[in-house]
Design a protein around this ligand. Sequence first.
Ligand code: HEM
Length: 325
Amino acid sequence: MAKLWIAVVFGTIGILASVASSQLSVGFYEKQCPQVEAVVQSFVQDAITRKPGVGAGLLRLQFHDCFVQGCDASVLIDSTKNNSAEKDAPPNISLRGFEVIDAAKAALETQCPGVVSCADIVAYAARDSVFKLGGPFWEVPVGRRDGTISRMKEANASLPAPFFNVAQLTQNFAAQGLSQDDMIVLSGAHTIGIAHCFTFSPRLYNFSANASTDPTLDPNFATALKKQCPPGKAAAFNSVVLDSHTPIHFDNSYYVNLALQKGVLGSDQVLFSDAATSKAIKTSSVDEESWRAKFAAAMIKMGSVKVKTGQQGEIRKSCRAVNHS
Ligand code: HEM
């Protein structure tokens, strides 16, 4: 009997989760704003042509949006006198690409006022960034509504840290309904973009009582990182590319780097050092095609985390503030 109840409860949770994602649909704006994808794409492409790093920023923006209050553009809301918003939480301080979302939103508000949510613009912009940088293309299910709550504390509590081990990373993704495989596949996003020295410098200088430098780092790579990130506060905001091989190309070299012990973040390199996940890393390092397909599928799954649909939330007029604020 107990087993039956467990099956019923978990079956119901599974059904609820799939109902949430099935509330999104690919053709949602077909009638009210058919040009939405072309508009977002043109702003994203222009921005990346001018500065490729913006593409990495826009991809990370969707991840940080979805992990706090679900994919509802809560990460875009500015702090006010009475509220410290997600955006100002330390893990979000280096987010970039907000101006691209603002520009696309402004254009869409002129062409189809009050129709397209900021959360959907974020989802399109992430997809367009990946594609523009050579990654896979996927159809984005849309129909998300924008949230009205954005709290710094929640961002601090929900986003994973770069010193997490595999168990902590797995648990952090599980809290969003994402599996360990999803986590490994989505971490491949670190094939583009940068990290600031303070996010990984303990690996270079203060690793443990026995080893000042993390022994899972290739020694020559560690030397190169130390040059870019000398000890001390002055260099804390220097940055290095996450993928030293092809930094602005969306390919599987993230996994190749990990297998060569050239992962920048501790939370990346542990995926290769830990026996629980190393096989999946090796597989993606040699099978790029299958990782690309899995990445696209995992982005759709991440993009449906705790979405608001129907009458929930609102369609914000400006992505930076809730309506009637
Ligand atoms: C698995 C847990 C993860 C951790 C601990 C983590 C942590 C980090 C950290 C510390 C940085 C450097 C930030 C900086 O110094 O400015 C970073 C950058 C980045 N992350 Fe992650 N991340 C994770 C997963 C993801 C996922 C799932 C995605 C997207 C699907 C993603 C996309 C990115 C991108 C594109 C950058 C570069 C951003 C830029 O250049 O502006 N990350 N991440």
